[in-house]
Design a protein. Structure first.
Length: 361
């Protein structure tokens, strides 16, 4: 007998607070038979399954945990498909269609709900704001874990903010805890050894990632939106990029992190051209963007050994590992770089990029 069914029968009986003898009497069998089922030494007769299900007020599928097992396998299948689409830079509408399909098949699965909610936001947070809020509320009001409730709060708050309802957004944000009370910080205070190091690596990775997103949001602000000058906003972005590169030594990071850092350097280039258009700054950040693109094409699975990131796992680059290099090659042809089109250093970058793409490094 499947050990899951044995444990399921035992758990259901204890939850209902009935003895093996009482269940045996209901089924008109010996209590020794119940004992054998719960020890995994025998199977219930198939004709008894409907009576067992009725006794525990559940379906036969729930009794056998068929739905749970099938659903988990199905979810893994959808996650694999989604990861492939995302990492290869496919259109977000394809990803959204995939998670809509998954949710239709698994309407009560919290992971399917969370993936769909987040994909709605990433696809078009204004267009799908109501769908985001409804799914988020459903998750938040369920018995989901703290992680999923946290994800729900995040997307609901951001959706309300996008709709201009800052009061509601703030109400939802207030349901969370501040960073110094988050799980990773607290675990790092009570654990030691490798367990503590794992928590610190997790915290460092996500903190740096969010910090870079924050710096990019600051850089996108307009003069009338903040007291920070354009120069200060740009310096914020440069500083965070430097911190990122200092922690992830030699650009040793995931494909996704390299993509984010690449976009950051390209943002610095665009902002610098809008402001003072200093050639040394433009050149420096174009070259650093190219480094990110080239490194991304060669990422292989390994664990980091950097301080504060020790043990953090890096995946192989996606099958389309040249995607960022192609983006960079296209960027070098755009009009905003026309002032440098004859510069030897820009021509050299174009040549290096072309060689990388031709050789499929």
């Amino acid at each position: 007998m499947n050990i899951n069914l044995a444990e399921q029968l035992k758990a259901l009986r204890k939850e209902k607070n009935v003895s093996q003898e009482k269940l045996a009497a209901y089924l008109n069998i010996s209590y020794q038979a119940i004992s054998k089922w719960e020890n995994g030494n025998a199977y219930p007769d198939i004709q008894l399954l409907p009576k067992l299900a009725r006794f525990f007020d559940i379906t036969i599928d729930e009794l056998l945990q068929v739905e749970k097992l099938d659903e988990q396998a199905l979810l893994v299948e959808y996650e694999s498909k989604a990861e492939k689409l995302f990492r290869n830079g496919e259109d977000m509408e394809k990803l959204l269609a995939l998670w809509k399909e998954a949710y239709h098949k698994m309407p009560n699965n919290v992971e399917a709900k969370e993936f769909l909610m987040s994909t709605y936001f990433d696809t078009d947070k204004i267009k799908y704001s109501q769908e985001i809020i409804e799914l988020g509320m459903d998750i938040y009001n369920s018995d989901a874990s703290t992680y999923y409730k946290g994800q729900a709060i995040r997307e609901i708050a951001r959706a309300y903010a996008e709709l201009g309802d800052i009061a509601k957004a703030e109400q939802w944000v207030s349901k969370t805890v501040q960073i110094h009370h988050c799980q990773e910080v607290l675990f790092s205070e009570i654990l030691d050894g490798d367990e503590m190091i794992d928590q610190i690596a997790f915290f460092t990775h996500w903190t740096l990632r969010e910090l870079l997103y924050m710096a990019r949001r600051i850089a996108f602000l307009e003069d009338e939106e903040t007291s920070l000058s354009a120069t200060e906003r740009l310096e914020t972005l440069k500083t965070v990029a430097q911190v990122y590169e200092a922690v992830y030594k030699n650009y040793d990071m995931s494909f996704e992190s390299l993509h984010l850092l690449y976009l950051t350097h390209m943002q610095i280039v665009a902002k610098e051209i809008q402001r003072e258009n200093r050639e040394d700054v433009v050149r420096e950040h174009l070259e650093r963007a190219f480094t990110c693109a080239g490194k991304a094409a060669t990422v292989t699975a390994h664990k980091l050994t950097h301080p504060l990131l020790f043990g953090w796992e890096i995946q192989d680059a996606p099958s389309d590992n040249m995607r960022i290099l192609r983006l960079f090659q296209a960027e070098l042809k755009k009009d905003y770089l026309n002032a440098y089109k004859d510069a030897a250093w820009l021509q050299n970058l174009k040549q290096q990029c072309r060689v990388h793409l031709e050789n499929q490094i």
